[in-house]
Design a binder for this molecule. Structure first.
Ligand code: ADP
Ligand code: MG
Length: 627
């Protein structure tokens, strides 16, 4: 409990004791009123002062105002009618405070739960100095520094392992519970916990650019991107509260005036009381509190599964997903290509690989990385110049002073180079040196082991249309799609064509639901932005993709797309339940109060009760079933 909550608890206890005391003591008349007023100020002083401040600032119609008017009114009524029933006003305030206390505890607890899940913020980094370790603030560590991570410690900054072997727990980042083994030369990301060996890591990024800081930033800012439902609630409250205040006033005035005209005698007190009770019921707290809380819990629950959602608006949009479009390389396939054949004309295999790997030395495309690996030797960047990467086609560069073109059919045609088509299955990378065709390298990629199940699960959650887009050749595209159960494929697309294709699909699905694009961000950042929801692969994807995307999958697992949709639907379901439930009870109570069946006691019980239930329901969004 925080200090503020404790203070509220003490006031609740003191007021309860005060009420008991006054009820038990044989006091009457003015003394009784004075004692009750004391208790009232103990329990309600903050509400009163907030209500007064609200009036002064011009934002009159909030819940503090409603509670203040209702309870002060109850006192006035008891004094005028000489009933001595001061308990009602005090009790209403007491219950209101109990409800507030409960709500702030529940909200605080779920926020804490979410932050605990996100406990990836590194506290320090170890730097070796004169034979012993020194702890420094991770923000002060320069890029390229060697840091030491001992077993049990969190990796503070992204980097490359220089020395040592260890198992890492990545669950806070990816939701994956199996440890990952790393060794010399592997890249590691901040936020993972070192479970076993000592690691020496050379940092590749500063603190604010590191994964942990980026994720925290993302989740913390997620709540500022409001969903339409949340906006609706805020607008609703602005209209609703003045509306009920006027209704309460009319309820207190019109019926007695009519009575007065008809019978010559208006029952002012009864209608005044009903007007006050009306105010008590009308507080829209359950809605105002539970809905942002539900979204917050949904985002927190998803992040525990390794799905980062950048705002509640995306959760809302995901729940209405109807069409899912996948990129191929790196999204459905692993993006790790094996060379399955080299067919050469003039140069030797060795020479073809030499020119290719050198031309590719600056690209971050999975193909480029795989070709560099296939070459297997040190790449001397000093003999490469004038590198030009043409997205969706390949690379042009000058290696050892000779012009080299490495890429697909499109690139060859565009450069007016003759080429020999290949009949072997796989992606064909042609190579030309100084304008003369030298042969091609056939590479093949493997489908991710969970790609097929990812498609099956999407079909299970009712996604009608699943499409694959790729820049690769039709043959490879068809074969990949068929093996995992996708029926609609568009191939040989340049990045711009992908945007056009997605725009066509957007037109076709418009009004029926949302379009999700899932990509790894290499050559598809524009599509990620254009789709209703862009989902990027976080672990392998480029930084640009993670920036452009609305949802980031930390473990690159395409099955997470279906899970994200399920989480979003559950969250929106809870929001709808809360809206319907609290409005139904609210209007029911207002009706009962207006006709005089329910009194102020029943009203406050209903109000606090609905709020408690709505908050408990909201917290359900944090819990996510596996599958
Ligand atoms: P995908 O849509 O499958 O992710 P891309 O749009 O990234 O594929 O690339 C499409 C095609 O362009 C590749 O299959 C390859 O033939 C060619 N290509 C792209 N980048 C390169 C590169 N760096 N080197 C060689 N070929 C490339
Ligand atoms: Mg790609």
């Amino acid at each position: 409990m925080t200090r503020k909550q404790k203070k509220r608890l003490y006031r609740i206890l003191a007021a309860s004791a005060g009420i008991l005391l006054v009820e038990l003591l044989p006091v009457d008349g003015l003394l009784r009123l004075a004692l009750y007023l004391c208790v009232y100020f103990v329990i309600g002083s903050d509400v009163l002062s907030k209500a007064i401040r609200g009036i002064v600032n011009g934002s009159v119609f909030d819940e503090n105002f409603l509670m203040a008017v209702a309870t002060v009114g109850a006192f006035v009524l008891a004094i005028i009618t000489r009933s001595g029933d001061y308990l009602e006003g005090v009790a209403v305030m007491l219950f209101y405070q109990i409800g507030e206390l409960f709500q702030s505890c529940a909200v605080g607890k779920s926020r804490k739960n979410i932050s605990a899940l996100m406990d990836i913020r590194p506290d320090y980094a170890n730097i070796e100095k004169d034979g012993h370790l020194e702890q420094v603030d991770p923000e002060e560590v320069a890029v390229g520094t060697c840091i030491v991570v001992q077993p049990g410690e969190k990796i503070p900054l992204d980097g490359i392992v220089l020395e040592g072997k260890a198992s890492l727990n990545t669950s806070a980042l990816t939701g994956e519970s199996l440890p990952v083994d790393v060794k010399e030369g592997d890249t590691v990301i901040s936020g993972c916990i070192n479970l076993s060996g000592l690691l020496k890591i050379q940092t590749t990024k500063g603190f604010s650019e590191s994964t942990a800081a980026k994720i925290l930033d993302l989740v913390e800012n997620a709540s500022s991107r409001k969903s339409r439902t949340e906006d609706f609630i805020a607008r609703f409250a602005r209209v609703y509260t003045p509306f009920v205040c006027c209704s309460a006033l009319l309820l207190a005035l019109i019926p007695p005036v009519i009575q007065l005209l008809l019978t010559g005698n208006g029952n002012w007190m009864v209608w005044f009381y009903r007007g006050l009770s009306f105010l008590v019921v009308s507080c829209p707290c359950a809605l105002v509190i539970s809905i942002p809380l539900t979204f917050f819990a949904g985002i927190g629950g998803a992040s525990r599964e390794g799905i980062l959602v950048k705002g509640s608006n995306y959760l809302e949009a995901l729940a209405k997903a109807r069409c899912v479009v996948f990129d191929k390389t790196g999204t459905l396939t692993q993006g790790v290509f094996e060379v399955s054949g080299i067919h050469h004309n003039g140069l030797s295999e060795e020479e073809i690989l030499y020119y290719t790997a050198h031309a590719e030395c600056a690209s971050s495309h999975p193909i480029s990385k795989s070709l560099q690996k296939a070459y297997g030797k040190e790449i001397d960047r000093s003999c490469v110049s004038e590198i030009r990467e043409i997205s969706g086609q390949g690379i042009l560069a000058r290696v050892d002073g000779r012009t080299v073109a490495v890429g697909n059919d499109k690139l060859m045609r565009q450069q007016n180079l003759e080429f020999i088509p290949c009949h072997e299955p796989g992606t064909v990378i042609h190579v030309a040196v100084d304008g003369i065709y030298q042969g091609h390298i056939v590479i093949s990629d493997q489908v991710k082991p969970n790609a097929e199940s990812a498609i099956a699960q999407l079909k299970k959650v009712g996604i009608r249309r699943i499409v694959m887009l790729t820049g690769d050749s039709a043959r490879v595209a068809e074969q990949t799609a068929r093996s995992i159960g996708i029926e609609e494929v568009h191939s040989q697309l340049l990045p711009g064509d992908k945007v056009d294709e997605v725009e066509k699909l957007l037109e076709q699905t418009a009004g029926k639901g949302n379009l999700v694009f899932v990509g790894d961000g290499i050559n598809d950042a524009p599509v990620l932005t254009r789709a209703d929801i862009g989902i990027a692969m976080g672990a392998m994807g480029s930084d640009a993709a993670i920036e452009a995307a609305d949802v980031v999958l930390m473990d690159d697992n395409p099955e997470q797309v279906a899970r994200a949709i399920r989480i979003a639907r559950k969250c929106i379901g809870i929001v709808k339940q809360n809206i319907v439930f609290s409005l139904a009870v609210k209007f029911g109570c207002l009706g009962l109060v207006a006709v005089g069946i329910a009194n102020m006691w029943a009203a406050i019980f209903a109000d606090v009760g609905v709020m408690v239930l709505a908050v408990l329901n909201a917290i359900r969004a944090l819990k996510i079933r596996k599958n």
